[in-house]
Design a protein around this ligand. Structure first.
Ligand code: ATP
Length: 298
């Protein structure tokens, strides 16, 4: 079976040469949810951005490949790459407010992508958006489609963006900390909603989060990232039952249990971090970007 997303040995550097991704490999099978977990700055969003073709200009892919349903994105001309990414993927962002244009009504913002990228008629896009608003339990679609972003609550805005992401039936959704900016009570509803739509639509998701409670609830597979390097990957159940790497164990110990918000936060042990830093220093010392064999692109 061809993987929905297949990232192989992906390395990326900043303009000054610092590595932000270190030979990252991961796959997301069709209909599967893979969580990408790690502390702030680990490079989780960078991977999502690389897949969506929206890396900041200061970040360059210097090695490796990203395949969407078998198509090597690095081998395509920029225009064709944008078309493939637009047709096969969608994003559920962290902050619904900044993801929406404040000066445009919700309706056209939702239908735009269907009309302009997928070439649908305005009528088809409109009825599809209404159908998805219904699926995310928005009962008054007319009001919501006429509203400006600031007229909706944070939870409603995120429902709108979830509906927009699923509307075009993408093969892969990148969900980048989609509940982090929301109130705790709303977080649970939104997570349940994403899980429900994911199952109903059979969409693969690369789910970026720093929250192991979220990982446990939504994913079947998990990749643990530290300083742009994959530290461990496993089935989610296996990872929680039997974390193999000291860093994963430390991350678990450092995370208050989802069910016990009163539990205190413990920092990851210094000895574990020192061990990781040493591993990374050795890997970086031996690493030379394979610019000729890789799919370097901006
Ligand atoms: N626009 C940018 N230009 C240069 N470096 C960046 C840029 N954005 C992020 N970085 C750096 O790249 C690394 C990875 O950042 P990234 O945002 O992917 O981490 P993350 O794991 O998603 O963390 P967070 O949970 O805080 O978003 C970090 O060292 C960060 O400082």
């Amino acid at each position: 079976m061809t993987a929905c997303l297949d990232i192989t040995n992906l390395s990326a550097t900043l303009s000054g040469g610092q590595r932000v991704l270190r030979s990252v490999s991961l796959t997301v099978e069709p209909g599967e949810v893979r969580a990408l977990v790690g502390e702030s700055g680990a490079g989780k969003s960078m991977i999502g951005k690389a897949v969506l073709g929206v890396l900041p200009p200061s970040v360059k892919i210097v090695e490796g490949s990203i395949r969407l349903e078998g198509t090597d994105l690095g081998a395509l001309p920029a225009r064709e790459r944008r078309r493939v990414i637009g047709a096969k993927t969608a994003l559920i962002p962290q902050d619904p407010l900044t993801a929406l244009n404040p000066s445009r009504r919700i309706g056209p913002q939702m239908t735009d992508r269907l009309v302009h990228i997928l070439g649908w008629t305005a009528d088809r896009a409109d009825s599809r958006v209404r159908q998805l608003l219904d699926e995310v339990h928005i009962r008054d679609p007319d009001r919501v489609m006429r509203a400006y972003p600031h007229e909706l609550s944070g939870g409603m805005r995120q429902r709108v963006l979830i509906a927009a992401a699923f509307a075009a039936e993408p093969r892969l959704i990148v969900a980048d900390e989609p509940t982090t900016a929301l109130d705790v009570t709303v977080q649970k509803q939104i997570l349940r909603l994403i899980a429900q739509l994911q199952k109903e639509h059979g969409t693969a998701i690369l789910f970026v989060t720093h929250d192991l409670g979220v990982v446990a609830k939504i994913s079947q597979k998990v990749t643990v990232l530290y300083a742009g390097k994959v530290v461990e990957e496993a089935d989610t159940a296996t990872l929680f039952a039997n974390p193999a790497h000291a860093y994963t164990r430390a991350l678990m110990a450092a995370t208050p249990k989802y069910t016990d918000p009163q539990a205190s936060l413990k920092p990851v042990d210094d000895a574990v971090l020192a061990g990781l830093a040493a591993e990374i220093a050795v890997a970086d010392h031996d690493w030379r970007p394979n610019l000729h064999g890789g799919q370097a692109r901006g």
